[in-house]
Design a protein around this ligand. Structure first.
Ligand code: AMP
Ligand code: MG
Length: 473
């Protein structure tokens, strides 16, 4: 094989109860759709021919040094605890330490059944694979911490879902790690304190080498997640399934399922068909992440010699999180309106703009982008109210320097709009990958409004509006 992946598999060296050894299940006719060459090079991976890449990233050939495992975890799904989840349709091939000496996981998703499949087929269809590829790479280009996409392969096999028979696919995902809040919950729920300590040591060393206690570890994860969620809000992102098993310890966005972006601004927007109570609505994400961190805190308590003191200390850390998110939120939205160091008094300016946008259903992305050009009034059906707001804003901008350039660096011109993603998937299912390549091309520079990007900045026509998204597992 020509492909060379410099594996160094630390997770596979952990005790046997952390995972199940599991090779990917072979597929009929793997064909390469996408490979992320810049990312491969960043990871020190030498790629081979397309045919060979299809074999490796389709799961038919194991590259040298891979030690495939399915990781075990637990998790709260929509608030209900499942003590036993795990990689049901994924295997971790191993880890590489890339150019920036950062250790990263290489995982195949859609690679067949594992001991944790719980009756599922272990497969993925092309739609969710391409959605995760496109959205995760777009998030990265927007500077949001996220897992990445290294390759996408069609399998030549059909996958059977509610919608019918669909083309199967495998995504190769790159992550700082696949450690989840649910990984800690698994060992805590099973009363396995030795393993919990081992996991804590591993996670601390890998992600937070400077922290020295579980309390400091908790605070470090909380800080990263507070930043992450504030940044999601800043681009109108709705994760859709913020279960604790889909909340990373590293602070990266992970597990893109029925995710979506708000078009016409609605703080309560919910797209996921299975989120019937709006638990994971746009504006509830800041609450849910606190709840998820409380679950992490609970899982860490058994590590502490004095559990009562630990509960008091961890509770304080969790209770401090809403203020952290609020502060991050103000920083993020302040930048979006050109204020480099927003003060508490500036919060009302942002809140009032969002209220106008909500009333008028203004497009989230385009309104912020248009502000810097003095061209946002047409986004509002009541331009007078907006103009009054604009006068307040202009007064506040006095003394800010370079605010237009700062706004253009904070407000993407193009995002993976839901209807564009759906159209791209519909075309790909018929074998037409041209829309996929165009979308990826445009999203690689989300802060530029290049000529070819103009149509991707357009809001959906009424018949194009996506109202619901599906897990698509
Ligand atoms: P999610 O919230 O979509 O990340 O998935 C929740 C759990 O369901 C995880 O443990 C997955 O591994 C598992 N799962 C999802 N889809 C499948 C599938 N097609 N086959 C087996 N397990 C699956
Ligand atoms: Mg998941």
């Amino acid at each position: 094989m020509d492909i060379q992946i410099p594996f160094d598999n630390s997770y596979a060296r952990l005790p046997a109860d952390f995972f199940a050894r599991q090779a990917p299940a072979p597929v009929s006719a793997p064909a390469l759709i996408l490979v992320n060459r810049p990312l491969a090079s960043e990871l020190g991976i030498v790629l081979g021919t397309d045919a060979e890449l299809a074999q490796v990233f389709g799961g038919n050939a194991l590259p040298q040094g891979a030690e495939p495992i399915a990781q075990v975890y637990a998790g709260h799904q929509f608030g209900g605890f499942s003590p036993q989840l795990g990689d049901g349709r994924a295997v971790l091939l191993g880890e590489v330490v890339g150019r920036e000496s950062q250790r990263r996981d290489l995982q195949l998703k859609g690679s067949g059944q594992t001991p944790f499949s719980r009756g599922g087929d272990g497969r993925a269809w092309l739609g969710p694979v391409l959605r995760e590829y496109v959205v995760s790479e777009a998030m990265h280009a927007m500077g949001i911490p996220t897992t990445r996409a290294l390759a996408a392969v069609t399998t030549g096999d059909m996958v059977y879902r509610q919608e019918g028979a669909l083309p199967g696919a495998v995504l190769t995902r790159v992550a700082a790690s696949h450690l989840r809040v649910g990984t800690f919950q698994y060992f805590a729920a099973h009363g396995n304190v030795d393993a919990l300590r081992r996991l804590y040591d591993y996670a601390r060393e890998r992600h937070y080498p400077d922290v020295e206690t579980p309390g400091a570890f908790l605070r470090a994860v909380i800080a990263r997640q507070a930043t992450l969620v504030a940044r999601w809000l800043g681009i109108g992102f709705i994760h859709g399934v913020m279960n604790t098993d889909n909340t990373s310890i590293s602070g990266e966005t992970i597990d893109y399922g029925p995710c979506a972006f708000v078009d016409a601004y609605d703080a309560h927007a919910v797209y996921s068909a299975i989120d019937r109570n709006g638990r994971y609505a746009y504006d509830n994400q800041a609450n849910v992440i606190v709840w998820n961190m409380a679950q992490l805190a609970t899982a860490l308590v058994p590590l502490m010699p004095d559990q009562d003191a630990a509960i008091a200390d961890f509770t304080e850390a969790v209770h401090a999180m809403p203020d952290l998110i609020e502060a991050e939120w103000l920083r993020v939205f302040g930048a979006k309106i050109g204020i480099a160091a927003p003060r508490e008094a500036d919060r009302a300016l942002v809140v009032d703009l969002l209220a106008l946008m909500q009333t008028d259903g203004a497009d989230f992305t385009n309104t912020f982008r248009a502000l810097a050009r003095g061209d946002a009034a047409h986004e509002f059906s009541d331009p007078a109210a907006f103009t009054a707001w604009e006068a307040r804003w202009n007064a506040r901008l006095d003394g800010e320097s370079d605010w237009r350039a700062h706004m253009d660096a904070a407000n993407p011109a193009v995002i993976p709009r839901n209807h564009r993603v759906e159209q791209m998937i519909a075309a790909a299912v018929t074998g037409d990958y041209a829309p996929l390549h165009r979308l990826l091309g445009v999203l690689a520079q989300p802060f530029e409004l290049l000529a070819e990007a103009a149509e991707f900045a357009r809001v959906p026509a009424p018949q194009e509006v996506v109202r619901q998204t599906f897990c698509g597992t």
